[in-house]
Design a protein around this ligand. Structure first.
Ligand SMILES: [Zn+2]
Length: 188
């Protein structure tokens, strides 16, 4: 996962500042195929993410910007609007109406998937929040595991903001899960 500023991504990649899982240095390696990312309001952002190749293990990695999730066409901020609305008690239909331009079935798919991974998400972001802010007290329970998971992401984002300055909660959620917040194949 990398930031959303292409110029900065290019700079750190060329400077050899990005690391592979194996610890090797990532080098520029072309671009992935173009994909569209649906933004709030239904507009699309077309982009070809940077590819990189590890100088030690030789594996290639696509550098996914932090405003997107693996395998999802919508920006994580759009998905986050739906998750927050659902956590606040909106029905699936009213939640879907909040995210303009996204089909009902797509929104329902996010909500169902998040419900499945909610406990794992809550656990992960509770640990992250306490790592970022050791003074942090217990995180209040909302009465549902879905709501608790959304709350834990928010608390972690506030802890990150205290430490590093302004943080987008949903970009943090994407980054901290390696883009796998809503993945079907492995837990975040
Ligand atoms: Zn490597």
């Amino acid at each position: 996962m990398v930031g959303t500023d292409d110029v900065e991504v290019e700079r750190v990649l060329r400077a050899g500042l990005l690391e592979c899982d194996c610890g090797g240095v990532l080098r520029p390696w072309g671009r992935a195929r173009e994909r569209a990312l649906r933004q709030a309001g239904g507009g699309e952002d077309r982009r070809s993410p940077r590819r990189s190749r590890c100088s030690s293990c030789r594996r290639t990695h696509v550098l996914l910007p932090a405003d997107s999730l693996l395998g999802r066409r919508d920006a994580v901020g759009v998905i986050g609007v739906a998750l927050v609305a659902r956590a606040a008690g909106s029905s699936i239909a009213r939640t879907a109406a909040r995210v303009l331009g996204v089909p009902f079935a797509t929104v329902r798919g996010w909500l169902r998937r998040f419900a499945v991974v909610a406990d794992a998400v809550r656990a992960r972001f509770t640990v992250l929040a306490h790592d970022l802010d050791p003074q942090l007290g217990a995180i209040g329970a909302s009465g549902s595991s879905f709501g608790d998971a959304v709350e834990a992401i928010g608390v972690a984002a506030r802890a990150a903001a205290l430490r590093f300055g302004p943080v987008d909660a949903w970009q943090l959620a994407a980054s901290a899960t390696g883009g796998r917040l809503l993945c079907n194949t492995s837990c975040p």
